[in-house]
Design a protein around this ligand. Structure first.
Ligand code: 5GP
Length: 209
């Protein structure tokens, strides 16, 4: 017998270049019960990014209409572009007992917490140093020099919000960071409040089923 439970929202935030996307991808590959929340954005696709896989790429007008129509669970402006989380897939997944991972910023984390207070567990990933972060951003090679300078300033701001998160991890080592993120997920799945079928399970257990 198993206990029916509601899904949870695992929010992973970090300054860009801290390794968040790689860790999230590894988590998704190793955790079959986990689904990625694909955000909507008004920024242009980077090389290799696919519609509906990495983001839903939308015009500012279409994005504003989604926000105004309450189709987004949260949304924020990051680097002057709109980013938001489509509501319907998240609500459907949670009701089905599936867990959802979110690659969003601190503003999205705050709003998601307010919208779904019992469903969120959050993890902030810190780089070992800001110098290392800058090196990683350059190695990625996807952004222009001005964009890197902008992202470094934003990184300092993002890092200042780390204390708002449930768990903090310094990404020294990729494999260790993935293992730690999986541990956060495993513990959150066991929270008593999420075990919606607990009473039924205990009843059956005590009846000798
Ligand atoms: P990028 O442009 O590098 O893909 O993402 C820039 C930042 O926007 C990252 O910190 C990313 O986590 C954040 N972001 C991506 N999607 C969302 C979203 O749906 N909501 C919010 N609030 N932030 C997002």
């Amino acid at each position: 017998m198993t206990i029916a439970r509601r899904g949870l929202c695992l929010v992973i935030a970090a300054p860009s270049g801290a390794g968040k996307s790689t860790i999230t991808r590894a988590l998704l590959a190793e955790e079959p019960g986990l689904t990625l929340s694909v955000s909507v954005t008004t920024r242009a696709p980077r090389r290799g990014e696919q519609e509906g896989v990495h983001y839903f790429f939308r015009s500012p007008e279409a994005f504003a209409a989604m926000a105004a129509g309450s189709e987004l669970l949260e949304w924020a402006e990051v680097f002057g572009r709109g980013y938001g989380t489509p509501r319907a897939p998240v609500e459907a997944a949670l009701a089905r007992g599936r867990d959802v991972v979110f690659d969003i910023d601190w503003q999205g984390h705050r709003q998601l917490r307010a919208a779904l207070p019992d469903d969120v567990v959050s993890l902030f990933i810190l780089p070992p140093s800001l110098a290392e972060l800058e090196a990683r951003l350059r190695a990625r090679g996807a952004d222009a020099e001005a964009e890197i300078a902008r992202r470094m300033a934003a990184a300092r701001d993002e890092v200042s919000h780390a204390p708002e998160f449930d768990c903090i991890l310094v990404n020294h080592d990729f494999a260790a960071s993935v293992a730690a993120a999986r541990a956060v997920l495993a513990a959150a799945r066991l929270a008593t409040g999420r075990q919606t079928g607990l009473a039924a399970f205990l009843g059956a257990l005590q009846a000798g089923a």
